[in-house]
Write a protein that binds this ligand. Structure first.
Ligand code: GAR
Length: 200
């Protein structure tokens, strides 16, 4: 039986698409059994629906509005993910930090993709932060990493795969961004293959 993946998204879902394509072309022995978004208008929801993958929309706002808070949200999110009985949970552009109320349900089975090298530029604006650091002469390259999420540390954990991306002085931010996304689409699949199939 192929490995069951639940993918958490917040936006465009181009990395979700890379996973769906890799599965379709038999580059990855897995199935996406569910996609959950914290944003209603995330385009990734449409990408999933197009190939008949079940989706759920679970916003944080009602939990903060009525005082139930982040932990209750994470517990409900964990319950929603568990309904899909995943082997792995993939954070592909998921823009929330997950607390132990979520992570404790999944051991070392949560995987995060982040558009920076290990230890650099955590958070939601990694590409722009790296670009600014380059302009200041602090770095010559940035990159992409895929790592396990054992705890609530932001964009940190045991590395499954990482790749450097050179910054060209003539690169506008947009072209660096698109080069990074291209690397992500490839590296995420490599990392999942490594994890699922033991590939080098
Ligand atoms: C990707 O660049 C991913 O690495 C980043 O969000 C983007 C989602 O793109 N994640 C983070 O910054 C996590 N801190 P996508 O929706 O097109 O896959």
């Amino acid at each position: 039986m192929s490995t069951r993946l639940v993918v958490l998204i917040s936006g465009n879902g181009s990395n979700l698409q890379a996973i769906l394509d890799a599965i379709y072309y038999k580059m990855l022995d897995a199935q996406v059994v569910g996609v959950i978004s914290n944003r209603k208008d995330a385009y990734g929801l449409a990408r999933a629906a197009k190939v008949k993958v079940p989706t759920r929309y679970l916003p944080l706002a009602p939990y903060t509005a009525d005082g139930r808070g982040r932990e209750a949200y994470d517990a409900d999110l964990a319950a929603a993910v568990r309904e899909f009985k995943p082997d792995f949970v993939v954070l592909a552009g998921w823009m929330h930090i997950l607390s132990p109320a979520f992570l404790d349900h999944f051991g070392y089975r949560v995987i995060n993709l982040h558009p920076a090298l290990p230890g650099q530029f955590p958070g939601a604006h990694a590409i722009a932060d790296a670009y600014a650091a380059f302009q200041r002469g602090e770095i010559k390259q940035t990159g992409v990493m895929v790592h396990l999420v054992p705890d609530a540390a932001v964009d940190a954990g045991p590395i499954i795969a990482s790749e450097e991306v050179r910054i060209d002085p003539r690169d506008p931010l947009e072209s660096l961004t698109s080069r990074i996304h291209n690397v992500e689409h490839k590296l995420l699949i490599q990392a999942l293959r490594r994890l699922i199939q033991g590939d080098e």
